[in-house]
Design a protein around this ligand. Structure first.
Ligand code: IPM
Ligand code: MG
Length: 363
């Protein structure tokens, strides 16, 4: 029987629309092969939404996302909106979407593909075989903690305040997600905090430690975030699954991404307890190359695969897309960000066409 899914597309800003077009073409192409039926609806987020409505996350967009099975997001932001007040910035729309859909678990894989070994800035022997999953808490911590703001003191000074706060239930639910993911991977979980200085991190470490015995098949370790940053670039193969809070996860996931050579290759999934997940590339909107057909669409395509795997429970279709990405790399196709001597330099559209050719040949 045909499985039918309603998907909200948020192409966003910068290179977003170009890479989204490639991912949608791929999804359309595999749908008949896997007996899937996709209904796509587009909505506005970020700068595009600010220009059209004045708000980076219009109510209709949140409602459209809540009412569908999954959300495929490209990228938001750009120079044009950088000087707006915080409440009207594109990023505020993204944070509102995450909290509006209660997407507390952000999965960011950083996997070295053998085809791109040379693209990493680290030595091949350090990065070969790296396969890390960063599980980042996404709706709490210092991003959302109260009080926050810039306050005027009586003496005329200003004080900027952000608050890093986690409750035990918030730590437990992201901890459980991470333990379960580690169980399906190599069974090693490293929790990252700053428990030598921060009380909020002490509670984090206590709760994660308490969960440990419930997952006897997972080997749990702890690192302070400064050491974790160092270990990631020193000996990244020691990591399997990492769990950490919102801010540390933001930073470490970018560092982990660069081990792979290009952030242009990496997808992510943001999941809640129930309801639609949001699937998006880790990279930004790259306004400097927007509209020039230079962007790498593969992170967006791999995000569509993550949507099929984690959001719509269609692992066979996800596998097929991931295999097709490996195949085009094997054929030597490279966008500028992952280009190396002897390879075929292509733009965003041509990379999409190469993918479609591979997918056609498979059936
Ligand atoms: C990310 C981004 C966002 C974040 C920004 C754009 C709000 O850096 O998804 O990692 O800080 O979470
Ligand atoms: Mg980030």
């Amino acid at each position: 029987m045909t499985a039918s899914f309603r998907i909200t597309l948020l192409p966003g800003d910068g290179i977003g629309p170009e890479i989204m077009a490639v991912a949608v073409a791929v999804l359309k192409q595999i749908s008949s092969q896997h007996d899937l039926d996709f209904h796509f609806t587009e909505a506005l987020l970020g700068g595009a939404a600010i220009d059209a409505t004045g708000s980076p996350l219009p109510n209709e967009t949140l409602a459209a996302c809540l009412a569908r099975d999954a959300v495929l997001l490209a990228s938001i932001g750009g120079y044009k909106w950088d000087s707006l007040p915080r409440s009207q910035r594109p990023e505020t729309g993204l944070l509102g979407l995450r909290s509006g859909l209660n997407l507390f678990a952000n999965l960011r894989p950083a996997t070295i593909l053998p085809q791109l070994l040379g693209a990493s800035s680290l030595k091949p022997e350090i990065v070969e075989g790296v396969d890390i999953m960063v599980v980042r808490e996404l709706t709490g911590g210092i991003y959302f903690g109260q009080p926050k703001g810039i306050f005027e003191l009586e003496n005329g000074e200003k004080r900027g305040v952000s608050t890093m706060v986690y409750s035990s239930s918030e730590i437990d639910r992201i901890g459980r997600v991470a333990f379960e993911i580690a169980q399906k991977r190599q069974g090693r979980l490293c929790s990252v905090d700053k428990a030598n200085v921060l009380e909020v991190s002490q509670l984090w470490r206590d709760r994660i430690t308490t969960l440990g015995p419930e997952y006897p098949d997972v080997e749990l370790s702890h690192l302070y975030v400064d050491n974790a940053a160092m270990q990631l670039v020193r000996a990244p193969k020691q990591f399997d699954t990492i769990v950490t809070g919102n801010l540390f996860g933001d930073i470490l996931s970018d560092a982990a991404a660069m081990l792979t050579g290009s952030i242009g290759m990496l997808p992510s999934a943001s999941l809640g307890e129930s309801g639609p997940g949001v699937f998006e590339p880790v990279h930004g909107s790259a306004p400097d190359i927007a509209g020039q057909d230079q962007a790498n669409p593969l992170a967006q395509v791999l995000s569509a695969a993550m949507m099929l795997r984690y959001g719509l429970n269609q692992p066979a279709a996800a596998d097929q897309i991931e295999q097709a990405v490996l195949a085009v790399l094997d054929q030597g196709y490279r966008t500028g960000d992952i280009m190396s001597p002897g390879m075929k330099s292509v733009g965003c559209r041509e990379m999409g066409q190469a993918l479609q050719k591979v997918l056609e040949a498979q059936f």
